[in-house]
Ligand binder design. Sequence first.
Ligand code: ADP
Ligand code: ASP
Ligand code: MG
Length: 574
Amino acid sequence: MKVLKFGGTSVADSKSINKVVAILNNNDDNLLIIVSAFGGVTNLLQECINLKGKSTEGILKEIETRHLEVIDNLSSLDGQSSLKSFLKEKLNELEDILDAISTIDEVTQKIISKVLTLGEILSSSIIYEILKQKRFDISYLDSKEVIYSKSFNNNEVLDNDRSSISIKNKLDLIKSKLIIAPGYICSNENNEISNLGRGGSDYSAAIFAKYSNAKSLEIWTDVSGVYSANPKIVKKALPIEYLSYKEAMELSFFGAKVIYFPTLQPLIEENIPVYIKNTFKPNDNGTCISNSTKLDGDEIVKGISHIEDISIINFEGSGMVGVPGFSKRFFESLSIHKINVVMITQASSEFSICIAVDSNDAISAKKVIDKEFEFEITQNRINQAQIESNLSNIAIVGDKMKSKKGVSGRLFNSLGQNNVNIRAIAQGASERNISIIIDEVNTKKALNSLHETFFEENLKDVHVFITGVGNVGGFLIEQIKIQREFIATNLKLNLKVLGISNSKKMLVSESEIDLDNWKDLLNNSIINADSETFQKRILDLNLRNSLFVDNTASDLIPNTYRGILKKWNWYHNL
Ligand code: ADP
Ligand code: ASP
Ligand code: MG
């Protein structure tokens, strides 16, 4: 048996569900398939909760339209009426719940789970009927009858024993070749519907894979594997062919949301390989995650992941030096209040401790810490916790980093050269990751420059902004055009002209200017030249390896050098 999980984008509409059907048709194994809610539906349901059930008519209509599109396009005419009445019935139930929430103006955890899990109930039931109509030998397995959670240390965690027995018992009774189950959904210890956390369908699939003794788990999504960095931000990122479980866990913990981070744990014990595949490009290799060292290449750094919206909490004072039990109290208080700590750094002097948390948790974290150490704070032995926000966490990950010298040096060098200030640093004891905190505005620049350092050693992008394109400037552009290939081959620099200005017009954008046509483009530009705006736009782009070239004969532009260098943070080096 193989377990296949199809995420939200893979089941977003009738077109993508047709791709899923093709993938199923191409498989000869017995399959257990786990489906997410139709892409974006859980967010819409969450919005209904955020609005406390008020003014949600538009959202309910959107949810209805999304599901009707699939039913209308994929179900046989005979099957449509029963599917539509099922949809209506579920949406009426949702409306009743939202009315109740709006009246009492309160939302309990139980209600939240009831609302949020509706997406998977609808998607799995509709896809089940459609596959049945297409003559698949298929059974429906209700995840809330087989996956159970329990509370442990004030947190909801998987009840392994109960889930293992229930899954095995249920699967023993099912004889069909294909089984479909909703992702994300489980029952808590009171047998009420609950969920495995946002993104949790990956985890559902891993639990099913473990307890069905599956030979592999395939996670089908909208990208061709785990990439060397988030492909939406780093255009040159590439799929990683092979990752160890531990590397994949680190990357997902530090923000590679292509895998929900608890997913890999159940699979490690059984050594079940995971393949991350693209529903829209099924022939792409994707990523294989396993324990097999045979598949591993020579790469030292395998991937870079990041989390935005991070805050750091600094807590310091002489009262914590050498006090036994301090860390226990500190972290226990955060854990009791379910505050997830992304990163920890503590100076060896023990005079201060710094943690990184999701910004949504920052104020509660401060309150919890200040309350726990109220006595020491009133005695002036420790200061109140200080919050710094608008930060990002970036981690570079690779099993082989521990055996290679100079990795952190290259990281710091790459960021330093691009004026990215590092606010905090931590290295896991396993030396499998180095994690840093930087200002959020520099995230894209930092990710791209680190990617260049560790994955694109062959060719570095240099972003060129030229002011003054008369004789000298015009000739420079012609030279760049002619010499570009030579410079790329011999100096390993890829010159990209992104900005040109003369005294009348200017062009600045993130995309490269066509140097065969730059004169027309500049003359036809709708933006009038203004040196201050030109420089501001360069600074706003905040790109790595930026070069400002002044080819004017003007006395005015040199007067602005100081300002631009200052803003680029290089002034102190002059
Ligand atoms: P699904 O709905 O299939 O569960 P997700 O949206 O949860 O898909 O995860 C896929 C997305 O993860 C990609 O579209 C991509 O934007 C994002 N992502 C972030 N980091 C990475 C990475 N390192 N590799 C691949 N995708 C990543
Ligand atoms: N539908 C849920 C979510 O959007 C679970 C999942 O897709 O994995 O978080
Ligand atoms: Mg996901």
